[in-house]
Design a protein around this ligand. Sequence first.
Ligand SMILES: [Mn+2]
Length: 305
Amino acid sequence: MTDIIIIGHKNQDLDSVASSIAYAELKKALGIDCEAFVFGKIDDETKFILDKFKIKIPKTIDSLIGKKVILVDHCANCQMADGFEGAEIIEIIDHHNMAGDIKTSKPIKYHCEPLGSTSTIIAKYYFDEGIKINENIAKLLLAAMISDMDLFKSPTTTNIDLKIKDKLNEIAKLDIEKLGIEMFKAKSNIDKKTDEELMNDDSKEFELPRATKALISQIKLMELDSFIKNRKTSMMKLMESKLNNYGLIIVIVTDLIKEGSELIAVGKTDMVEEAMKIRLKNNSAYIPGLLSRKKQVIPPLMELK
Ligand SMILES: [Mn+2]
């Protein structure tokens, strides 16, 4: 087995997995031995896309101990797969804020760029290096961009993302709107999921100011009202039951059609009200236009004194 591992954040999403696979392919084309891995089980949307485009699910790894590791789509200790303390981080490719807690003994390649997805950065590498992108990889990267940028409606979308999207689609030839709706459906099929599963699917930990360890989840749906009616109470109970581990827990329930989110918070809710400039009623508020955790929720929370 290769000793260079390419891996996304724990609780990986499509962007994490797609950028790992595509980056491993690119490195191999350049003669570097490496392999993409996943940690834990993959989410429904990623599974849907890998099945659809007949791409093999990367092998699972239980611990990074003793490995040379390339991180994609994250750069914080609390989001790394288990065993990271015993790993040698040799490269980071990312599009998130810096938590500043990853230490390396040697200089490494660290490329962080405020684009809509890590997959955009990987696609740029292919184009810049003049390496041919095969149709499956183009489809995979494009699907990950659709996912991370909510069909390019998210405020994280840049002109570079839109240019890369068009270049990729010259190869992939996908009906992007149609695929986007299929993907939304795959990820928003919530009826068969427990509250715990819904909450865990896309949850990330953050170290916020005021010594607050936070868990912030995002659930994306095609229709918000029935969630509020049928699941909000039980979801809040679950969130409250986890407060012994966190100072603040937020669940952002995003309506992809209405393009807005219900933000539900327990714990230090005053931080949320202050940062987001909102009033919570029964621990929640609807925020029109809220689609991106990374761009619209994390920065104001991080900027609290
Ligand atoms: Mn991403």
